[in-house]
Design a protein around this ligand. Structure first.
Ligand code: MN
Length: 251
């Protein structure tokens, strides 16, 4: 199983979630919402080689945590993963849109200087704007649009730009999203929970819940569940290789 976007540090008992992921052998990209949360969150994955910790500054916190941007520079060599970063065009986030653009641009500038990373990107109601900024920084890394909810046109633009996508159980409940997942290149899709924010039946999703996406993907791709697992595993290896990081070998 692969969870390319989970907020392990935000569960009530983060250590037990990390441990369980280790026991189940799940690959997890553990994203953070502020650079100052990175050290502690990375410690949750210590001794668990399949948990990787991404350095992020969530767009919803752009104004509040802009002052933490210098930490990005200090941590430049610590991780090959960036997230959660991006833009949020929802009405409640519009008042600090300028801060969001400033932060997202500054982050992409930093990573462009040191070579590409895997970028887990938030683009709620702002897909076109996210793509416009990404176009300016082709060397920043491989963009993975998490929980994509843009229009079909924006999706086509994102595919053309070379974006990858992480899709989760919450997303696969919507007919529009199912249609869009079918449009996404099969070799650029990974699974995610976005837990504990991603929810199902009123309870937070966990990284192991990504397995519930496999049957939907099998249906869309007209393959067996075993083939879905193999496709996702292959995609993860390619994504890793594209940023000069290869997952340690193992079952
Ligand atoms: Mn998230």
């Amino acid at each position: 199983m692969i969870d390319l976007h989970a907020h392990i540090d935000l569960y009530p008992d983060p250590s037990s979630i990390a441990r369980r992921c280790g026991e189940l052998g799940i690959w997890v990209l553990s994203v953070t919402n502020t650079p100052s949360a990175w050290e502690q969150t990375a410690a949750l994955g210590s001794g668990l080689p399949r948990i990787r910790t991404a350095l992020g500054l969530h767009p919803q916190l752009a104004r509040e945590r802009k002052h933490e941007l210098p930490i990005f520079r200090q941590m430049i060599c610590k991780t090959k993963y960036v997230g959660e970063v991006g833009l949020d065009g929802a009405i409640e986030c519009k008042p600090f849109w300028g801060d969001q653009v400033e932060v997202f641009t500054a982050i992409l500038e930093v990573w462009s200087e040191v070579g590409g990373r895997v970028l887990s990107i938030h683009s709620r109601r702002a897909a076109s704007e996210v793509l416009a900024i990404l176009r300016r920084f082709p060397l920043a890394g491989v963009p993975v649009l998490h929980w994509f909810t843009g229009t079909h046109k924006e999706l086509r633009d994102a595919i053309e730009l070379g974006c990858w996508f992480s899709v989760g159980p919450a997303m696969l409940r919507s007919a529009k999203s199912m249609e869009q997942v079918a449009m996404m290149p099969m070799d650029r899709i990974l699974t995610e929970s976005d837990g504990p924010f991603g929810q199902q039946d009123g309870r937070p999703l966990h990284p192991w819940d990504v397995e519930t996406t496999h049957s939907a993907l099998a249906h869309i791709w007209r393959v067996t569940s075993e083939e879905v697992t193999a496709i996702l595993r292959r995609n993860l290896s390619r994504l890793g290789a594209s940023v000069t990081w290869a997952p340690p070998s193992g079952p």
